[in-house]
Design a protein around this ligand. Structure first.
Ligand SMILES: [Cu+2]
Length: 155
């Protein structure tokens, strides 16, 4: 109870500061974003970057906007690019793992509503060591590309 109150206070402080990065244990979660969807879309991708100082694993993701959320990887099968769910996403110590369109991504399956540009929605990430963290996903334009700032931050 006390711990969740502290969590709520921390979240409020983060929102007040307009910060768009979050932490779970030693995992830093940067710039969670998704593309806006058309009204009929059933699925959507969500993207972010993860950096664990000592190494961790992303075990699961959930969101109130979708029936089911999976972590996917893209893989060539013959000459067709296919995506498949990963049971766990490895976060090597000190390395930034990028979830981007065309690479690893978070898949929102069975959208309960349209994602509209400019809004934010919650996503709960569960890590093997870092535990759970709720992040706010920024919805960008339907045609949005990974933000230049997010791409260059760690170079
Ligand atoms: Cu996918």
């Amino acid at each position: 109870m006390f711990k969740s109150l502290l969590g709520a206070a921390a979240l409020l402080a983060a929102l007040t500061a307009q910060a768009h990065e979050f932490t779970a244990g030693d995992v830093r979660i940067d710039h969670p974003w998704a593309r806006a969807t058309v009204a009929t879309a059933r699925n959507a991708g969500a993207f972010l970057t993860l950096t664990s100082a000592k190494g961790d694993q992303l075990l699961g993701v959930a969101s109130p906007v979708a029936d089911k959320v999976e972590v996917h990887e893209m893989k060539m099968e013959g000459n067709v690019m296919k995506m498949r769910p990963l049971p766990a996403l490895e976060l090597p110590a000190g390395k930034t793992v990028e979830l981007v369109p065309g690479g690893y991504h978070i898949m929102l399956i069975g959208l309960k509503r349209q994602l509209k540009e400019g809004e934010r929605f919650p996503l709960v990430l569960t890590f093997a060591k870092g535990g759970r963290a709720e992040v706010q996903v920024q919805v960008d334009a339907l045609t949005a590309q990974p933000a230049a700032a997010a791409k260059h931050e760690h170079h």
